[in-house]
Design a protein around this ligand. Structure first.
Ligand code: SAM
Length: 310
């Protein structure tokens, strides 16, 4: 029988042979962050499969989901350890993972779906691995924020990712107000239960005419991207209950004074004044509040002014 190079054949009890798309590879010791599908199981890179098939130890936010993914792709766990690692057990489990790294093992980490660390666990683990001076790499792949930007139809030159807005209504409103003058596309992860509340709040803060997109169930059977202005979207979803996973995109401010670019001289004047008596951080904070501008952008500008004056 032909055995194509770089492919392995697995024998099933039915005596049928299945050709699978991974190969066993020799991996350097270290931590491998592996992106997994956000819907369709075949949205996974060949290298991600190679890594999952070849590492010494596997760690996952949800071990059942990872086992299922391995099964779909014909990868056997064999006698390898599969560790559950999530936000709630991180403190206890991190030392175990670091210990494996000290022993020179290769470890793959996958979150439940998409890219680890993107609104998902993994950041504390990464920090500790970097501090330990151990090798860390990624097998990039699916990510709902990038998929939504790709199909949304709003500008992708510049964007801001908020992840999930806070549950607390006042904090949520404050977050959105702080983004009021942001000129790039804003991206939010959202639950179907809260969708209408967030859209209504967005209408109030950004105005009825601001464009938005609600991307739902990307790469799944009922994938849908609803485009319109915020009023149209909020009217639609008030009358249509939805289920599934959601990413909301909101267009950046487009008026004549929009964004930092067009208001730059005014902002610079305020920042220069503030920097006479305050640190970069405090100046940025004060000016961003005074002018209702995104703190992050004002901070970058304050830093530039400070560096050029030093
Ligand atoms: N790490 C993931 C990533 O790379 O996108 C995100 C994990 S976060 C816990 C889950 C949220 O991502 C969902 O509530 C939803 O907002 C968004 N999401 C994940 N999969 C999605 C999909 N197929 N379609 C739309 N949104 C999705």
């Amino acid at each position: 029988m032909l055995r194509p190079q770089n492919f392995e054949l697995i024998k099933f009890s039915t005596k049928k042979c299945l050709m699978v798309n991974y190969k066993s590879i020799k991996l350097s010791p270290g931590l491998y962050f592996v992106s997994t599908p956000i819907g369709t199981a075949r949205d996974i890179t060949l290298r991600a499969l190679d890594i999952l098939a070849s590492v010494d130890v596997l760690a996952a936010e949800d071990t059942r989901t990872l086992k299922k993914l391995l099964e779909i792709h014909g990868i056997q766990l064999k006698n390898r350890t599969l560790i559950s690692y999530h936000d709630y057990n991180g403190i206890k489990i991190r030392p175990k993972i670091l210990d494996y790294l000290e022993q020179g093992k290769s470890i793959a980490y996958a979150s439940e779906a998409g890219t680890p660390l993107i609104a998902d666990p993994g950041f504390s683990l990464l920090s500790e691995v970097i501090n330990l001076g151990k090798n860390v790499t990624s097998a990039p792949g699916p990510c709902a924020l990038i998929a939504a930007l790709t199909i949304g139809g709003l500008s992708t030159d510049k964007f801001y990712f908020e992840g999930f807005l806070p549950n607390n209504k006042n904090q949520r409103e404050l977050k959105l107000r702080n983004l009021n003058r942001y000129s790039g596309t804003m991206v939010f992860y959202e639950s179907p239960k809260r969708l209408i509340d967030t859209l209504e709040m967005a209408v109030e803060i950004f105005g009825e005419k601001r464009l938005g997109v609600v991307c739902r169930e990307i790469t799944k059977k009922f994938e849908d991207a609803k485009r319109g202005n915020l009023k149209e979207l909020s009217d639609f979803y008030r009358n249509h209950k939805v289920k599934g996973e959601i990413v909301i995109l909101i267009d950046g401010v487009k008026d004549a004074a929009g964004g930092l670019d067009l208001d730059r001289t005014k902002i610079e004047t305020h920042l220069k004044e503030a920097l006479r008596s305050m640190s970069v951080k405090d100046s940025a904070e004060t000016v961003s509040i005074a002018l209702n501008l995104p703190r992050r952008d004002v901070y970058q500008l304050a830093l530039q002014i400070k560096n050029s004056s030093d």
